[in-house]
Design a protein around this ligand. Structure first.
Ligand code: GLA
Length: 690
């Protein structure tokens, strides 16, 4: 990969906040007028005003419209669009238009197309058919970016640069020749000498020793398991290569328009494994995220919360932009359900509760043609006499009422540690079980905390953990010494720390930490595991102990754990190969405590255990809410004003007690109790700090 000198002329403090001209929260979506005849723009702008739209992402997939033939540029439609939006008081997150190279480019230069691990070429005809590492593609992308910046850099509607689109969405791993060359450059930068690579990759095994970097390939389809560290480094490289692409475009924009902030839209769902977004954070002037609920997920609002909290985690707790979600159905799931009445509003405000300062959609007007014509939009096929349109207008009005929360931060005293390299490494092949899915473990713990009403921050292992009284570390298979020490320090300082099975097993090179598992956390937890006993698909074992609610069951994973003096066994296996052995342990550490959970508990057992941890760490919510009612608080930096978001995900109305303040959506005073109708959201501003 090309090395670049760091951009030194840029002063983030001098950059205007992206939403400087917006009064309150952002509201809008992707706007693709190139799909429509010019006359439609009149109606678009009129309806945008009616809905209260104030920000739009423009020109994301517009390359082939702007440059229909190489070097022939058609700007008229985009000039007109930018001018009209400005006249209407709408800000633009303007794209680099690079998200889909035009067919003439890939026909003329098929070498820029990406490849799968088996050599299959990914052709043009859909989108994102480019290899980010290819120098020629880079040249074309930078040229397009430069043109956009030069043409619109001074346009008054321009508020934010939107680099490419969902970088890595369709091609998180590219195995093309240019990627191979860039991988080698990346490896030289990481290891310096081939001997050090051989050491790190453990190539004495299976005669894999490399003589030179030129011999190294990406992990292509091979007769048997590819070298695990090679696979892991290729994952790291691929995330870095995508980030490098972003940086290159971003730096080009900064040179021409140093006053305009830059971002790209992330996809922090539990399904997006390709990019180490925590390592991208410093390069984003503001974090933007896209989220779509999954129809088949019975608790999709919990998955939404996790995605939002991941976005906030990447933002380091700062407010962020919800760059895309859907008003109703999407088009890319096996069965695409429409949203129920109130669901879209609740989804939107759930993101706001969790730190979004802007609510945007894919897309403004539902397409007539193309692969996304059955994807909902703010303005649906059926027009304005529809529930979806009325929902759009209602959301616009609601966001205006909530404008004052802008800039405030979410209050949380619990953290769940999440790490992308640990995710990649935990799911490599040739492991004790092929059934382990890292994000399922994160999600299980996250959900258990959600159901206890605990708002959590999702943070990487190297984050400052000082503000947290409860730190949960699910399946952190790979951790370096600093990360492990950071977690241990949190317990010493007084936090309750819970580490779960298959954590701390390997170092950053995926080499096992010797002396017994979980190597990196053995001392902290006061346990030593000799062997793993993963379970068969339908196998269950019993676990007994007060902390797990008496009798619980476990699946997926068990292990033969021994405890040191001073480590308490709080739950043990009561049947199976490990009957009588510890399943859950606890140890007092400094001013805090360290728990080890050596198995995967059933939801009820986990709920009991999490209840214990919440009680011990004192992070229980201060307002009681029935099951399915979500409470999240945002607060001004000085703590003088707080906003409690109450979201009712159930079909039953309820009343929350102990609340005083002003409810912003209905504009009513709250004196002691708040009525929360079925499916409704309420936001209570309180003057006192909590
Ligand atoms: C992603 C893309 C959009 C659109 C939506 C559909 O978020 O960024 O262009 O394809 O998916 O859900």
């Amino acid at each position: 990969m090309r090395r670049r000198t760091p951009f030194t002329a840029f002063d983030p403090a001098a950059v205007s906040p992206w939403n400087v001209q917006i009064d309150g929260l952002g509201f809008g979506g992707d706007y693709n007028p190139e799909q429509w005849p010019a006359e439609v723009r009149d109606e678009d702008v009129r309806l945008m005003r009616e809905a209260g739209v104030n920000v739009l992402s423009v020109a994301i997939f517009a390359w082939a419209t702007i440059e229909p033939r190489e070097g022939e540029l058609e700007w008229g439609w985009l000039d007109d669009t930018m001018d009209r939006l400005h006249e209407a008081g709408i800000q633009v997150a303007l794209a680099t238009a690079t998200a889909s190279p035009p067919p003439w480019l890939t026909r003329r230069h098929p070498e820029i197309l990406p490849r799968l691990a088996d050599g299959t070429v990914l052709y043009q005809g859909a989108r994102q058919a480019y290899a980010v590492t290819h120098p020629l593609y880079r040249e074309y992308a930078l040229r397009m970016t430069t043109r956009m910046a030069e043409r619109y850099g001074d346009h008054p509607a321009l508020a934010l640069w939107h680099v490419d689109n969902e970088i890595g969405c369709h091609v998180p791993r590219d195995y093309s020749e240019s990627a191979t060359a860039a991988f080698r450059v990346w490896l030289v930068a990481r290891y310096g000498t081939i001997e050090r690579l051989n050491e790190a990759w453990g190539t004495a095994f299976w005669s894999q020793r490399y003589a030179t970097f030129e011999d190294v390939l990406p992990p292509l389809v091979a007769p048997m398991f590819a070298n695990p560290t090679q696979q892991l480094d290729f994952d790291r490289f691929s995330s870095d290569a995508l980030l490098d692409y972003y940086r290159d475009l971003r730096d080009t924009l900064r040179e021409i328009t140093p006053h305009v902030p830059t971002t790209t839209n992330l996809m922090t769902t539990s399904a997006t494994k390709g990019m180490d977004y925590f390592s991208w954070a410093d390069d984003l002037d503001v974090v933007a995220n896209d989220h779509y609920t999954i129809a088949s997920d019975g608790e999709r609002h919990v998955e939404l919360a996790l995605s939002a909290d991941l976005a906030r985690g990447v933002a380091g707790g700062d407010p962020w932009i919800l760059m895309e979600h859907s008003t109703s159905a999407v088009n890319w799931q096996p069965r695409n359900r429409a949203k129920l009445p109130g669901e879209m509003l609740r989804n939107s405000l759930q993101h706001v509760a969790r730190g979004a300062d802007s609510v945007m959609f894919f897309q403004w007007r539902q397409s007539r043609a193309g692969a996304e014509k059955y994807h909902s939009a703010m303005l649906p096929h059926a027009g304005t006499g529809t529930d979806v349109w009325r929902g759009t207008v209602e959301l616009g009005t609601t966001l205006q009422r909530l404008g004052e929360v802008r800039g405030s931060r979410v209050v949380s005293r619990a953290a769940v540690v999440v790490d992308y390299p640990a995710w990649w490494a935990a799911e490599l092949d040739s492991h004790p079980t092929q059934d382990l899915r890292y994000m399922e473990e994160v999600r299980a713990w996250y959900s258990a905390l959600w159901h206890q009403g605990v708002t959590v921050d999702t943070v990487p292992p190297y984050a400052d953990l000082d503000g947290y009284d409860l730190v949960v570390v699910p399946t952190l298979y790979l951790v370096d010494d600093d990360g492990a020490a950071n977690v241990a320090r949190a317990a010493e300082r007084g936090a309750t720390v819970a580490v779960t099975f298959f954590s701390g097993i390997v170092d950053e090179h995926d080499h096992v930490r010797l002396g017994g598992y979980p190597g990196a956390f053995r001392d902290l937890l006061g346990v030593r595991t000799e062997e793993f006993f993963p379970l068969q698909v339908d196998e269950r074992v019993g676990v007994t102990g007060k902390a797990v609610g008496g009798d619980a069951t476990a699946d997926l994973w068990t292990e033969k754990t021994l405890v040191r003096d001073g480590t308490e066994v709080v739950a043990a296996y009561d049947d199976g190969a490990l009957a009588g052995h510890p399943a859950v342990t606890r140890r007092e550490v400094g001013a805090g405590a360290a728990w080890y959970v050596g198995t995967r508990l059933d939801p009820a057992g986990l709920a009991s255990l999490v209840g214990r941890l919440v009680e011990e760490s004192g992070v229980a919510p201060d307002v009681a809410a029935p099951a399915g009612v979500e409470l999240v608080r945002r607060r001004t930096a000085d703590g003088a004003t707080t906003w409690l978001f109450a979201l009712n995900h159930t079909d039953d109305g309820t009343t929350l007690d102990g609340l005083t303040g002003t409810e912003l959506i209905t504009g009513t005073a709250v004196e002691g109790s708040l009525a929360l109708p079925p499916g409704a959201v309420r936001v209570v501003r309180a003057a006192a700090s909590h």
